[in-house]
Design a binder for this molecule. Structure first.
Ligand SMILES: *Cc1c(COP(=O)(O)O)cnc(C)c1O
Length: 398
């Protein structure tokens, strides 16, 4: 670097230009995207199958001189198609640069930054509150912190099932008046599905906004879309990333009451959804059969992998998603020839994460209280699943 001859003492120090809130902020940690030859990548819940051939063709044929033009600002073509699919109006829908963008906009749109006018009273605090169950999507606390909101993280039941409103009332930590409540359904990282009926009774008990984050709904037996069209304070969030193999293009959407959606449109970037993404998502909706077939394959592989790992002594949380959440066998469960050998045959979830990684299988392990004993494994192709089981057997030496 060239030597700087300026009078540094009189120039502002970059660190002091940053808002204290941002300086303290712990950012979201995305799963790794390593470029390693032959790596089986089961760490970020990407779909193992490519987009439909016509989607790829549509993207290719749109990549010409038209790239110099701005895309449709409100993704109208896509909103109309989605509205038709779900039997609602385009005014019920807003499209985002991935659903992540919309989750962030929801915090800005519906939650007062703290300290808001009367954050000292419980009702005032609730207006500044982002509430969620743990474990769930680890982006929510980051979004709350970025905004200076108050976080209210309330644990799920130990088996990751959803506490009923009665249970939440007894627990006394849950706030039925929280400005914004995020519910990941089916849950991530546990993979557990929630019945629409239980979600409905929770929504009915809430006085603030509820966002049902259905990033994995297409892999589940049930979804709660109807609640977004029935209740004025419920929004359903969906994405083309996981089920429709379009992570790369970043397209997600919210469905909800037109007044809420109109408010979100006010704070949207003018051209928030890129043109190729809009086109790819629209074309996707013309080929839903191709994708249903993939959902079927992923569910079948999920079933097979669940059975195999269960037989090998893993606890597998029943999954309604394109990943499974597994607790490796007890250290002592695979003892052969006395306790000394036990440590060698199996270890903690963290040990398993590294052991698999050494053998070129990348899964996700979260160093957080409720989930430290688990691994999250994306459902890949059948051959990736077979390889995983083979490697697990090698590690267990059985
Ligand atoms: C992947 C994921 C998202 C984000 O999806 P994008 O549309 O790619 O931004 C949102 N919520 C959950 C629970 C997810 O797992």
């Amino acid at each position: 670097m060239p030597r700087v001859q300026l009078q540094n003492a009189r120039l502002p120090c970059p660190n002091r230009l940053i808002r204290p809130l941002i300086r303290r902020l712990q950012p979201y940690v995305p799963g790794e995207q390593p470029k390693v030859e032959g790596l089986i990548k089961l760490n970020t819940n990407e779909n193992p199958y490519p987009p439909a051939p016509s989607v790829l063709r549509a993207i290719r044929s749109a990549a010409d001189a038209r790239l110099r033009l701005y895309p449709n600002p409100t993704a109208d073509g896509l909103r109309y198609k989605l509205a038709k699919l779900y039997g609602c109006a385009p005014e019920n829908i807003i499209v985002g640069n991935g659903s992540d963008e919309l989750l962030e906009m929801a915090v800005r749109c519906f939650v007062e930054p703290s300290p808001c006018a009367s954050a000292r009273t419980p009702a005032g605090a609730a207006r500044c509150m982002v509430q969620y169950l743990t474990p769930s999507y680890s982006l929510y606390p980051v979004l709350a912190d970025m905004h200076g909101a108050i976080k209210n993280a309330v644990p799920l039941n130990p088996d990751f099932s959803l506490p009923s409103p009665q249970q939440l009332r007894r627990g006394s930590r849950w706030r039925f008046d929280a400005a914004l409540t995020f519910i990941t359904t089916p849950n991530a990282p546990s993979g557990r599905g929630y019945r629409t009926a239980e979600l409905e009774s929770l929504c009915r008990a809430q006085r603030g906004l509820v966002v049902l984050d259905e990033a994995y709904a297409e892999f589940a037996d049930e979804n709660a879309l109807a609640l977004a069209l029935k209740y004025p304070h419920v929004i359903v969030s969906r994405t083309f990333s996981k089920a429709y193999s379009l992570c790369f293009l970043r397209v997600g959407y919210f469905i909800g009451h037109p007044e809420l959606i109109a408010a979100l449109h006010k704070i949207r970037d003018s051209y928030n959804v890129n043109g190729l993404g809009q086109l790819a998502a629209e074309t996707t909706l013309d080929h839903l059969d191709y994708y249903s077939a993939n959902f079927g394959k992923i569910r079948a592989t999920r079933q097979w992998l669940t059975e195999q790992l269960t037989q090998l002594g893993f606890h597998v949380v029943p999954s309604q998603t394109n990943f499974i959440f597994v607790r490796p066998p007890d250290r002592t469960a695979h003892q052969r020839g006395g306790p000394n050998k036990a440590a060698r045959t199996s270890g903690s979830a963290e040990d398993w994460y590294y052991a698999l990684r050494e053998r070129k299988i990348l899964v996700r392990w979260f160093d957080q209280p409720q989930v430290r004993d688990y691994l999250r494994i994306t459902i890949g192709t059948p051959s990736q699943a077979r390889r995983l089981v083979q490697v697990v057997r090698e590690i267990l030496r059985c």
